[in-house]
Design a protein around this ligand. Structure first.
Ligand SMILES: N[C@@H](CCC(=O)N[C@@H](CS)C(=O)NCC(=O)O)C(=O)O
Length: 214
């Protein structure tokens, strides 16, 4: 298997965590987003949405991090990234989708470039945009995790699920943009637990071969 990704990409980070939790080894193929390598025609022929990650499995290329993680869950069911009960699975998927569908898309690189380059918003306005969607999303997720009545060491219980796989990279991203996080104590508690687990630690952006760390 090959994972086309970028060290700082939160969606690549999600897939790295899932692969590590399932003990699947892959070859990492860096795609430098800052150099717009994902916008090259060569890359677009692999993923028409011009984004990372892509997981290549026996010559077949899979796109969309959540779909990739669901594929891994189906083909490598142990350890599972979902609880056993259907209602609980729906709750975990809702948490993951809150991050993947509500927070991440509006704070993505291409959106920020459009705001700056086409709409010519100031950097303060761009920052306000970022903070706004982080705040709305994390407040909703904090409530959702608490309301489940199941938060433990992880978002749902004590075993990492798709919810944690989505949350930890998004918190990393929020920190990059200086988002205040003190109003989300449950999410921060989960983060400090997860980052001690080798599967999460090894997936951290700064631990990737293409990381540029000052
Ligand atoms: N929904 C997609 C989003 C993929 C995505 O947009 N990835 C970002 C990096 S986190 C990217 O490649 N952005 C490039 C851009 O916005 O131009 C997924 O979950 O895989």
């Amino acid at each position: 298997m090959k994972l086309y990704g970028y060290w700082r990409s939160s969606t690549s980070y999600r897939v790295r965590i899932a692969l590590n939790l399932k003990n699947i080894e892959v070859e990492h193929v860096p795609v430098n987003l800052l150099k717009s390598e994902h916008r090259d025609n060569g890359f677009a022929s692999m993923n028409s949405s011009r984004s990372v990650p892509i997981l290549e499995v026996e010559g077949v290329r899979l796109a969309q991090s959540q779909a990739i993680i669901e594929y891994l869950e189906e083909v490598y069911p142990e350890p599972s990234l979902l609880p056993s009960d259907a209602i609980a699975r729906s709750r975990v998927r809702a948490m993951a989708q809150l991050v993947a569908c509500d927070i991440h898309p509006v704070n993505n690189l291409r959106i920020l470039k459009y705001l700056s380059d086409e709409l010519q918003v100031t950097s303060d306005q761009k920052n306000a945009w970022m903070q706004r969607w982080f705040a709305e999303g994390f407040a909703a997720l904090e409530s959702m995790v608490r309301a489940s009545g199941q938060s433990g060491a992880c978002c749902y219980g004590d075993v990492p699920t798709m919810a944690d796989i989505a949350l930890i990279p998004q918190l990393y991203n929020a920190r990059r943009f200086g988002a205040p996080l003190e109003d989300y104590p449950t999410l921060l508690k989960v983060e400090s637990h997860c980052l001690q687990l080798p599967a999460f630690d090894q997936a951290r952006p700064e631990n990737q071969p293409d990381a540029v760390v000052n």
